[in-house]
Write a protein that binds this ligand. Sequence first.
Ligand SMILES: [Zn+2]
Length: 282
Amino acid sequence: MPLVSIRDELARAQAGHYGIPCFDVFDMVATEGTFLAIEDQRAPTIIAIYAGFIDRPGADVFANAIRTMASQATVPVSLILDHGASYEQCIKALTYGFTDVMFDGSQLPVEENIAITSMVVRAAHAVGASVEAELGHVGRGSDYEAFGGQRQGFTDPALAERFVAETGVDSLAVAIGTAHGVYKGTPCLDLDLLAEIRRRVDVPLVMHGGSGLSEEQFKAAIEAGITKINVATDLMLTAGAKMIETAKADDASYFGILDAARQSYRQRTAYYMDLFGATGKA
Ligand SMILES: [Zn+2]
């Protein structure tokens, strides 16, 4: 199965009421661990490169390595730009061969978000890539106590309907009570709001800020209409802890520490594939 745009897999998952995981990777060790899990679990998966890394030297080499590994995988794998900050960054990702791009205009005035998202959609569709956008704004977990309870930045369902219709976007990230990074406070999801957005919008809905939610919250979010789920922080924290633990052993070695990270990614991404119901869906 070659590297594919995630569009069709998201449609299948939406119809089948399971979630497609999206994992951010920052190096080859994490990437190798994630690909091992993809084959172990036979789960359609999205690999993401965070936009902050796309302008770094060698980003095209890293993207190419992931593309090559995906093209050799026996299950569908996609490569998405996560939180593209500008039209130009999305175009750069498309020239690097990303199968999908996210443009994040969630902190722009809505008309500007619509205008730029529409341009990204036209460019991406011209080369067969799909586009995710964000409406409302998923904030930082460190600020969660300040905005979570106040429903600050939460997605407006009527606006979501208009946004999807006007931009032609393929999937939509929504703000329903999650946050990026480590939560300060307890995450609380507004599932009624999610259900209302689901009723008004027909494209797959995306949940960012998965790290720190309970298994029940993940399952309830998928049940209420989430199809793509982004997880990054938990993978890094878990692998980091395993590396530190491994480094403390008397026989600790460079390769041992790297393999601890690789196996941590393998186990933890497999856990999420199982939890989201993606395992065996390839
Ligand atoms: Zn995100």
